[in-house]
Design a protein around this ligand. Structure first.
Ligand code: HEM
Length: 147
């Protein structure tokens, strides 16, 4: 937990909200440019891009604040995402990193970048842990990612 990080992160979220910027558009453009084959997995990008972007930001902010709800939310996310096929861990990493980059660009300040990145890395580690735990708890039917 880091109150200093949480304060910096909150300030950048406020700056982006005040500027009226919705980062999900550039974020998803960037994600689909990097992983064009994944585009077909999304049936309703407008709906999913809102939730994926919001929840990724909430999870990182929650980690900075030491919130206990982050772990169960991450565990659920990893489980429900099995429905979308085997998603390589590299795509989770890239989506999280791109979220941090797009938020930083929209906030227009570099001050919070290191704080976001610290909790982005913690989120990536938590996703790995959730995937490993589901795999050992329910090995049958687990998709087998290429990584
Ligand atoms: C921390 C990272 C992520 C979070 C928090 C997240 C969260 C979400 C949420 C909340 C939804 C909407 C589910 C619903 O409304 O039922 C969703 C949908 C989806 N997510 Fe993610 N997601 C993440 C990463 C990823 C990654 C890396 C991929 C692909 C490689 C992915 C692929 C999808 C797909 C294909 C859908 C369904 C889209 C549709 O049917 O239109 N997600 N995600």
């Amino acid at each position: 937990m880091s109150e200093a990080d949480a304060a910096l992160m909150e300030a950048s979220l406020t700056a982006v909200a005040d500027a009226g910027i919705d980062i999900r558009h550039t974020l998803f453009d960037r994600f689909f440019a990097a992983f064009p084959d994944r585009r077909a997995s999304f049936m309703v990008v407008d709906a999913s891009s809102r939730r994926m972007t919001d929840e990724t930001l909430q999870m990182m902010f929650g980690l900075a604040k030491g919130e206990g709800w982050v772990w169960p939310l991450v565990a659920e996310l990893v489980f429900t995402h099995r429905a979308y096929g085997p998603l390589p861990i590299a795509e989770y990493d890239a989506f999280i990193d791109m979220t941090v980059v797009e938020l930083g660009a929209a906030a227009g300040t570099a001050g919070a970048a290191a704080a976001w990145q610290r909790h982005a890395d913690a989120l990536k580690a938590m996703i790995r842990r959730a995937r490993a735990e589901w795999e050992s708890a329910m090995p049958v039917g687990m998709p087998q990612p290429a990584d």
